[in-house]
Write a protein that binds this ligand. Sequence first.
Ligand code: ADP
Length: 229
Amino acid sequence: MSSGVRLLVLGKQGAGKGTQAVRIARHNGVPHISTGDMFRAAASARTPFGLKAKEFMKRGELVPDDIVIGVVAERLAKDDAVNDGFVLDGFPRTRVQAEELQRLLGPGGLDAAVDIDVPTEIVLHRISGRRVCRTCGATYHVDKPPKVDWLCDRDGGSVVQRDDDKPEAIERRLELYEQETGPLLEFYEALGLLVTVDGVGDLEDVFGRVLDGVETVRQLRRSAPQAQR
Ligand code: ADP
């Protein structure tokens, strides 16, 4: 059993979930496990699985549960996750995935579920203007583009709009978030694991709130471990 943290991060598209997940993982020295990143990498490598996932992602649909669960189970079984812990980003996204994760980790297997809370009108502005570097994944916004001609400041790669950041796909992703992922807040609340963090404001401030929130829940659980089913 690992001594590091075992967390998952929830939040609407554009809430800054990925950015915060990377930071929490670095801060705790544990792997950052992003299902979206894994699917995009598989899609760029044109593996059969990646090409299949890409069809769903492009339309803003969820990749089917059995595929996602298989990929995550395999990743969580690796030594770093088993020994050190992990920060899951983008998983679970449905009730079936959440239940499967509980089964995989067993009781007490998760320290906290962090929800980065941002109102829909703000995330819509963030995602519709979001642009990403094709090579390194650095993100920009039309309000704050790279210095030269839509070429990445870091590595000169071309900075483009993700297919799933286009208007129809955004609408569908937010709708699915509300239907499928929103109810997970209650699921984790009932387990005494939910940490809700105000995701509006400076990245550093949000990060501070995340760390405080996680610490509070961990302490509460230490004093009342029976909260976890
Ligand atoms: P976002 O949170 O902005 O949608 P992600 O990078 O987390 O971005 O995910 C991109 C896409 O990958 C999703 O729209 C979905 O198609 C697919 N995906 C990622 N994680 C899951 C998951 N747990 N279940 C189903 N589909 C997923």
